[in-house]
Design a protein around this ligand. Structure first.
Ligand code: AKG
Ligand code: FE2
Length: 322
């Protein structure tokens, strides 16, 4: 059967609320939804939200179209809406992103789901208990990266010791600079530029950004940050996404300092740490994004020279929703 035929023969229900079945979840797995809310992001800034059954092959077809790079085969989507009283029609090359809620796993997509642009590396899964992240390499230009490195080394004297919000001892050891306006603005701008892509690739519901926070950190010999999340207090509750931009002097004079992002499991209605995790390498001039609620840690850094200029530097912060 051709796609067009299939599409006109299958009814799609428009957006409805309360799509979850009565709770038959086990502590570890959410109940399977009976409907998925699907937002189609079209070029030109338009979007359309509808609800469909999770096993409707339309989902596979829409995702398959997104994967077709660099050349898209041209076809017309004709999706029945309003109980079949109307049709949403658009050519396949206008589809630029798909948001699903709850997150869904598309079985056997062609290659990685993170393809579309640039060179993102990361882990993408639609299971809310499986942590996902996106890492972009070459995030700043070489010139910006070098200027940032020079600026950081020149401002060594302004760094202070880090603390956690709970002031727990032996939980976090590193240095931080809170005021660095030029580069805080630069990172904030670039983060805003990739934000729509992030939301789409991470399968998040789009949200209004209220603030992008930024701090500049230096991890030198023996420094670390033990397991924590970034939005566990009242003051930090509106942090939705965490970003970490890594930079350092070449040749690299430290090892370790990997970022470990833990998967989750649900206990007593709370997300808690699962035994499985992903390890993110702090690649020079790369930036990683992940949900602020994930538990994560920075493994100890080994920097034999102990020189500040050889540190594992980051600009990291949080995208807050309004
Ligand atoms: O430096 C990193 O890789 C992560 C830092 C972090 O988790 C934080 O500052 O909250
Ligand atoms: Fe963190």
């Amino acid at each position: 059967m051709k796609d067009e035929e299939w599409l006109t023969q299958n009814l799609v229900i428009e957006r409805t609320k309360d799509t979850m079945q009565p709770d038959r979840s086990t502590p570890d797995r959410p109940a399977e939804p009976t409907e998925v809310e699907l937002t189609l992001l079209l070029s030109g800034g338009q979007s359309y939200t509808l609800s469909i059954a999770p096993h409707n092959p339309l989902l596979q077809q829409l995702f398959a179209v997104l994967m077709e790079t660099p050349q898209r085969s041209q076809r017309l989507f004709q999706i029945p809406i309003k109980q079949g009283q109307a049709v949403l029609a658009f050519p396949s090359d206008r589809l630029v992103g798909i948001v699903t809620e709850p997150p869904i796993v598309i079985q056997s997509p062609p290659k990685s789901a993170a393809v579309a642009q640039k060179n993102p590396i990361g882990v993408l899964s639609a299971d809310p208990l499986v942590s996902q992240y996106i890492q972009f390499e070459n995030f700043l230009t070489p010139e910006e990266h070098q200027r940032l490195l020079n600026y950081t080394i020149q401002h060594k004297a302004e760094f202070v010791s880090t603390q956690t919000s709970t002031k727990a001892a032996n939980y976090r050891e590193s240095l931080v600079l809170y005021v660095f306006p030029e580069f805080a603005n630069l990172i904030s701008q670039r983060v805003q530029q990739v934000f729509p892509e992030l939301v789409s690739k991470l399968g998040l519901k789009p949200f209004q950004i209220s603030q992008i926070e930024a701090q500049l950190t230096a991890h030198n010999h023996g420094n670390f940050y033990k397991i924590h999340n970034d939005n566990g207090s009242q003051e930090t509750a509106t942090r939705e996404l965490t970003y970490v931009y890594y930079f350092y002097r070449e040749p690299k004079a430290f090892s370790g300092g990997e970022l470990v992002i833990y998967d989750s499991k649900v206990e007593n209605n709370f997300y808690v740490r699962a035994d499985t995790s992903k390890i993110v390498q702090p690649l020079n001039n790369s930036i990683v994004f992940f949900l602020s609620r994930y538990l994560h840690e920075v493994l100890p850094v080994d920097c034999p020279s102990q020189q500040f200029a050889d540190s594992r530097f980051t600009i990291n912060g949080w995208i807050r929703r309004s």
